[in-house]
Design a protein around this ligand. Structure first.
Ligand SMILES: [Zn+2]
Length: 250
């Protein structure tokens, strides 16, 4: 049996999840993801308990007003239902400022949400772009790239087309990378489609992370950095993550 539980214990010490630096925030996400990933590994059962405060549950003492937001990280992730971000990082309420949109693309609303968090929430120490394997939005962009006729079906659907358009640069970059590594006949090789899809997922997260870094550079320091990564979805390694790069480096 696998059990993941939020626990409020009035007799326990107060919950402390307030990293002082970006590196500490990234470490907390790493540790949380590792704890989640280890559950059920090799067929074993397990239990993971996440302490939560009364205030985070909305049952604390007070005048009934909402507590301040104190997330340690902003996470831009895909809307995919298989990638619940608080769960895979073993976090609870008020720990993450989550922005979810198909393909974890940067559009006006997602950039504005990140801007709000960085400008108005001083507890934020990290902005993370988290892609995932098996991403349907990236797959749609791969299909449009390989078979432009499939793109015509999106021509009248401007919102969906906008998402696919945002992803095509990553697909192009992935194809270029595969071509430089494996040659121009790469498209004829078995597994090419899956390789292009997977590579595009990683590059899409990287491109978005780099764009966030450029857009919000005045905010960045050792106390606030940008990272990106990919979590595998729906396989036996579902929760293992790959953090590829972070800015500024430390
Ligand atoms: Zn996705």
């Amino acid at each position: 049996m696998i059990e993941i539980r939020w626990r409020y214990d009035p007799d326990a010490d107060p919950v402390q999840r307030s990293p002082a630096t970006a590196e500490e925030a990234l470490l907390l996400l790493h540790m949380g993801n590792r704890a989640f990933a280890d559950l059920g590994r090799d067929g074993a059962g397990g239990q993971y308990v996440i302490p939560v405060s009364a205030e985070e549950l909305g049952i604390g003492a007070g005048d009934g007003s909402a507590i301040p937001q104190t997330p340690m990280a902003v996470v831009l992730g895909c809307a995919d239902a298989r990638v619940p971000l608080e769960l895979i990082f073993s976090q609870t309420a008020n720990d993450l400022f989550v922005v979810r949109v198909a393909g974890n693309v940067l559009g006006g609303e997602s950039v504005g949400s990140i801007d709000f968090a960085l400008a108005r929430i001083p507890s934020v120490r990290l902005v993370s772009v988290v892609g995932h394997t098996g991403c349907g939005a990236v797959k749609a962009a791969v299909d449009a790239y390989l078979d432009p006729s499939s793109y015509l079906g999106l021509s009248a659907n401007l919102p969906l087309r906008g998402i696919v358009d945002s992803l095509l640069a990553a697909v192009q970059a992935a194809d270029n990378a595969l071509r430089s590594q494996y040659g121009h006949d790469r498209g004829d090789r078995p597994g090419y489609y899956e390789a292009l899809w997977g590579c595009a997922v990683v590059l899409n997260a990287a491109v978005a992370g780099d764009a966030v870094r450029r857009m919000f550079s005045p905010y960045l320091s050792d106390e606030l950095a940008v990272a990106f990564g990919v979590v595998p979805a729906c396989s036996r390694h579902r929760t293992l993550k790959l953090w590829v790069r972070s800015w500024p480096s430390w």
